[in-house]
Each structure stands twice: as C-alpha cells, then as structure tokens.
Design a protein. Structure first.
Length: 458
C-alpha cells in the first residue's frame, strides 16, 4: 500500500490541476536536475537500501541464535542513532520505547531506548531486566557522541563488576563507522560484534543506510527485508513515473512554495495515532538538520492528533498566518472494531454515533481539522501511510528522505552536514573540561558570568 498523498489545497487553492501546474512551472526544471542526480547515483543516501538488503540475510542468520536468547533489547544512542528505531517501534507496536520501555507482545520482548541516560534509566535496566537475556546495542557513527558514550560507560562499570568482561563481549553489540571510530576500536578490543554505518551516511539517514535497523529487528526475531524492499520500490516509482505523480516533487515543491512565495516558515506535521508519533519525531530531525542552515530552512512542528486539537489548533487556525500543514494518518486495510449499538437517551444529541466504529471517528477527526484549515485558505496536504507493515514504513522513510534532499537543492543548502550541531557538541565538551578547547572555555566563562549576574529568583 505504501503512502497515499492528496494535495488539492497544497498551495491554499482548491484546484488540483492548478497546484501541479504552478509547481511544474516554478520548480520542474530543478526537480529534473534532482532526478538526473538520483539516476546517476549521486545520492548514496537514497541508493543504500539495495546494498543493505544484500546484507540482511547474513546478519539475521548471525543473530538468530542470539535473538532466541534475548528477552530485552536496550538501544544506547541518540538523534539519528535512535529516532529511526523509535519510529519503527512506534509504527509496528503503537508506542514509543523510552523510559522503562515497553513489552512487545507480538515478539514477547521488551525494548528500551536510552538517549541521554539518567540514574533512573540505568537502575531501571540493572534492577528490572533479566541481564542474562538482555542485549545492549550501542549506536554512534563517530563513536564519540557524548550522550551515547555516557550511556555505554554508565552500563559498563556495574555490569563488568557483577558479571565480568566476558559478559560485555557477549551482550553488547556496536553499530558504528566500519573504517575508523573510537567505538569500533573499543568493540574490536573486547571481541564484541560490530555492524556498519558506512562513512558516507550521516546519522539522520542511517535508518535505511546502515545495519542499525537490521540488528534491531533481528534481535526481535523480525525480518528487516521488507523495510528495504519498500524503500527500493519507492525509488523505482520515482524513476519511472512523471514528476506530477511524485510525492517528493509535489510535497517538497509545495513546502518550498509556501516558504519562498507565501512566507510560511513553519511546517506543521499533524499526525493522528500513536503509531505515527515516532515517524514524526524522526521526520522533524530530518527536516531540521538537513535544511536549517545559513539563515534558511523551514521549522518543523510535530503535532499529535487528536489531543493537540484541544491545545494548539486554536493558534493554528486563528493565530499568525505563517504555517503550511501536512496531515498524516494510517490507511486501515479493512474495517476494524465493533460498531456502537446504542447511545443512551441522555446523550441523544450524539445519536449519530450509532453504527459508527472508533475507526470512523479517527477518520472524522483528522478530516475535520484538515478541511477546516483548508477552507480558510491555509496551505494543507495529507499523507496516508499503509498500516503497520515494514514495507509501508520503508516507502515512507525513503520518500521523506528524497523530499528533504530535493528541498535542499531548492534552498541551495547542503542537506548532509550539520555545522551548528557540531559547534554545540564542541561547547559541551569544553564545559566538561575537554582538552584542546581553551578558546571555547574562555568564551564560555565570559558568557556564564553574564548568565549568573542577570538571573533572578521568584
């Protein structure tokens, strides 16, 4: 089923033909240039699913025995090293695996994601998990991500003391740059299993461009192949259909049109259903880190329906007119649930609910918000995702990666670097006393002095 995209209100107008024609006139030539680069394999980020698919069988076979012995999977990683896995977990199982994680009844295993560890995170795993049947997957391309290193070190000391070095070798798996990284050197030094994030793949593109998803799903006893097959099918569709049938062209050009022609600097991603919460957080990082550079970019605002209809919808409809909207919902494969049989007389004004399923109400909730915004002339589109299969999620991941890379060409920015993030990382290391950062430390002391003198207490 993949994804379905509707765009008659994408430009704030109601004629589908006018929207596609306007975008072809303004962005068609640049999209053709993007497609030429895609055909020429100039974007390894969009070509990697085929390469990863070739590795799936061997990795899953290597992990099969380990998966049978595993009751709990602890992911130690942050940003691109965790958001894609959280998106998979959310999409397949309906909730995010943070904090004390969540039991996955379908595979009878528990998953936890530890990003920046807290004392509760560490003690929760050490006290609650069956450590003999727990696997830790440490993910960092560079191997020097501070939060991930803190997570690794926080688990290493108590586990070594309690179980010895052999436990670390057998229970920790590492996903990192296969050529050179501190994490790779450490893993090889203790004889632990290692898996690859290729050098040309940045963290936010690693869900389809590395072994990360294969290892995660393999430990859960699930086949990762459909994820990459979905991505491959999405790529083939883009290279075989005309531009006006491409989601990357329509959505990317539409958001760019809203930004450059209509001064819409905020992209509201309104997702309905717990299953889509993880994919929206993943998409928020992809858009922010790829496009927010040199004073340019669009600000992604991830909104959860229907709960946020009761908090932020008032602002979205009647506040500053600086937003473009994309609604996301699941495409059910068949009617589900029992219909309501009878509404009590006290609620007779809601008698229209008789014969309706909860599924009908979910549909009505996102459609009412979408159409309310569109009727006021707000630029709005809708994307439906096939329900809860890895192949559908693979289509979504690849489609959004292609959309964002194409938008980078429209904005004239490099969608693959993240200079501001690197500056922040350097300052954090300086604050903690890292060596070779004397200039940064002096500047920090100056700024912190001002911070302390201009604070008040209430």
């Amino acid at each position: 089923m993949g994804v379905r995209f509707s765009y008659p209100f994408l430009l704030g107008v109601e004629k589908e033909q006018e929207a596609s024609k306007t975008l072809l006139d303004s962005c068609g030539a640049r999209y053709e240039s993007f497609l030429a680069s895609l055909r020429g394999n100039e974007y390894p980020q969009l070509d990697m699913p085929e390469k990863m698919l070739q590795d799936v069988l061997a990795i899953q076979e290597a992990l099969k025995g380990l998966a049978c012995e595993t009751e709990e999977v602890v992911i130690v990683g942050i940003g691109g090293s965790s958001l894609g896995l959280a998106a998979i977990h959310s999409f397949l199982f309906g909730h995010l695996p943070y904090g004390h994680g969540g039991l996955v009844p379908a595979v009878n295993k528990r998953v936890r994601i530890v990003e920046m560890p807290t004392e509760d995170d560490i003690s929760g795993v050490l006290q609650e998990a069956n450590l003999e049947r727990t696997r830790f997957v440490v993910i960092s391309k560079s191997g020097t991500t501070l939060e991930t290193l803190l997570g690794l070190l926080s688990f290493l000391d108590p586990l070594r003391q309690a179980h010895g070095d052999a436990y670390i070798k057998d229970h920790f798996l590492f996903v990192t740059d296969p050529e050179s990284s501190a994490l790779l050197s450490f893993a090889r030094g203790i004889g632990a299993r290692t898996f690859a994030i290729p050098g040309e793949i940045g963290g936010r593109f690693s869900i389809l461009g590395s072994h990360m998803a294969v290892v995660f799903l393999g430990l859960l006893g699930l086949d990762a192949a459909p994820l990459f097959e979905g991505a491959i099918n999405a790529r083939k569709a883009v290279l075989s259909l005309s531009a006006e049938s491409h989601v990357p062209f329509l959505l990317g050009s539409g958001v760019y049109h809203g930004l450059s022609r209509l001064s819409k600097s905020i992209w509201v991603m309104f997702a309905y259903g717990d299953a889509l919460e993880g994919p929206m957080f993943w998409l928020r990082q992809l858009v922010s880190e790829s496009l927010g550079k040199e004073g340019l970019g669009v600000t992604p605002l991830a909104v959860k329906g229907p709960s946020d209809q009761h908090s932020i919808l008032q602002l979205l409809e009647d506040g500053p007119d600086d937003k473009i909207f994309t609604f996301f919902s699941l495409l059910p494969r068949c009617p589900r649930g029992e219909a309501l049989q009878r509404v009590p007389e006290e609620f007779s004004s809601f008698s229209f609910l008789e014969g309706k399923r909860l599924q009908d109400a979910w549909e009505a909730l996102w459609q009412s918000s979408y159409l309310s915004l569109a009727s006021k002339g707000k630029p709005a589109s809708w994307m439906g995702l096939g329900e809860s299969t890895l192949e559908d999620l693979g289509v979504f991941f690849w489609t959004m990666e292609a959309t964002v890379i194409y938008m980078g060409t429209l904005l004239g920015v490099n969608p693959f670097d993240q200079p501001a993030v690197e500056r922040s990382k350097k300052l954090c290391r300086a604050l903690l006393g890292g060596s070779g950062l004397e200039a940064e430390q002096a500047r920090i002391e100056e700024l912190l002095g001002k911070h302390k003198t201009k604070s008040i207490e209430v």
